[in-house]
Design a protein around this ligand. Structure first.
Ligand SMILES: [Zn+2]
Length: 416
């Protein structure tokens, strides 16, 4: 193990200067932009705040602490290149279009091959691979003639062939501040203070403009030809889905998340079969980015409401516990579309006005908006749907009246 004996604080630049490569965010090509280096192996090379792998950086620290991982391990990147080309797209050269991921993140082993050969520890922040996915809901969709297998995009057993990508967050702090409409200094200070002073460089190192935040990233599932996503002549269907582990994985019936997700996959398959492409953007923002503990506390507060679980109190109960209704910051969500070169979505499978408005404000046109079909809404989730419609979420059905909102529709805790 190659551990140093003394602790080196990173809160101030080294006396002799860094000698690390600079980052010119939004530069025309990868060379001019410069590599993002967040490895702890070679502290003098680092040009960002934070470490790679988001929250998993903490597990890496545990692995080093327990002796399972050499602290100076470097990844062997041979054969790890993407299975399909993505970009470069013109959007990558606009520092305001992409502020929360590194557009070159999947290409580092080629675009920075020279730098890596010279000893720089540049690591991918994006990986692109292939898979087949299978949901019982796809078999149901085939059985009810909503989709038909074609043997390529969808097989007879309901398996869907996908290109999938994993994306770690890479935040350009000046661009983030601009997007959120706050001063960069205020953003830096708040990030510093509200993470328990986790990264002092946020407030002491204005020379470091990029943060690798310890949060979850994005998973993309692309159905059909990836090239169709950036081709304005071909149709694109899309569902932007924020993580809901209880419903997505475990089938909890209190919300519409899994039915909406599988409905999205179904619509993506249809669009891909018609010569376009479908895209599922899965953001790791559990429970509107409030986290699952807060989410479950809110469930109890709703279910124990003396007036019963009704749409009228749905958002109030969230706000009482969390202080806000939502912490997802959809303002940053369109970045991944700019990365993919998407300029318009023909079929947008979502009810959320926040998501819709964030896309439009980033210049990405939205065609038809596709709400969840009523027959796919679980019984206990009617409260959520009514609350969302009344709050102005998009719906092609009639907006519920106030009287409907106070009607008890959710199960009480005694009814489980
Ligand atoms: Zn949910």
């Amino acid at each position: 193990m190659n551990a140093t004996k003394h602790i080196v604080l990173s809160s101030h630049p080294p006396r002799n200067g860094n000698g690390n490569p600079s980052i010119d965010w939004g530069a025309p090509d990868a060379k001019q932009r410069g590599p993002v280096i967040g490895s702890m192996n070679a502290p003098h090379q680092r040009n960002v705040i934070g470490v790679h792998s988001g929250a998993y950086g903490v597990y890496r620290a545990l692995a080093v602490a327990s002796g399972a991982l050499e602290s100076d391990h470097r990844p062997d990147l041979s054969n790890t290149a993407p299975t399909v080309d993505i970009g470069p797209h013109p959007q990558w050269r606009d520092p305001n279009k992409i502020v929360s991921l590194d557009p070159w993140g999947h290409m580092v082993s080629t675009v920075y091959a020279e730098e890596i050969a010279q000893g720089l520890d540049v690591r991918p922040t994006i990986a692109v691979t292939k898979a087949r996915i299978k949901f019982p809901e796809m078999a149901e969709a085939i059985a009810s003639d909503r989709v038909a297998p074609d043997g390529d995009i969808m097989r007879a057993n309901g398996e869907v062939t996908v290109t999938k990508a994993a994306i770690e967050p890479v935040w350009h702090l000046p661009g983030m501040a601009k997007r959120l409409g706050v001063e960069e200094s205020a953003l830096r200070r708040t990030l510093f203070e509200h993470t328990g002073n986790m990264f002092p460089e946020l407030v002491t190192r204005s020379d470091l403009t990029v943060l690798l935040p310890p949060i979850g990233g994005i998973s993309l599932y692309i159905i059909g030809d990836v090239a169709a996503l950036s081709d304005p002549r071909r149709e694109v269907a899309c569902r932007v889905h924020d993580e809901c582990n209880g419903s997505d994985v475990f089938g909890s019936d209190i919300c519409t998340c899994r039915p909406y997700l599988t409905h999205g996959v179904e619509e993506c398959v249809k669009t891909a079969q018609a010569g376009g492409a479908g895209l599922i953007v899965y953001n790791r923002k559990e429970g509107r980015a409030l986290g699952e503990v807060v989410k479950f506390l809110v469930y109890n507060a709703r279910k124990r409401n003396p007036e019963g679980d009704s749409a009228a109190a749905y958002f109030q109960r969230t706000e009482c516990v969390a202080g806000v209704q939502d912490m997802r910051f959809q303002d940053l969500m369109p970045d991944v579309f700019h990365w993919l070169g998407v300029t318009k979505i023909d079929r947008w499978i979502s009810m959320s006005d926040m998501k819709h408005d964030a896309m439009v404000s980033q210049g990405i046109a939205i065609g038809e908006r596709v709400p969840i079909p009523p027959e796919l809404i679980p019984e206990d989730a009617q409260v959520e749907i009514d609350a969302k419609k009344a709050a102005g979420y998009y719906s092609d059905a009639s907006t519920p009246h106030t009287a409907d909102l106070t009607a008890i529709k959710g199960r009480a805790l005694d009814d489980y």
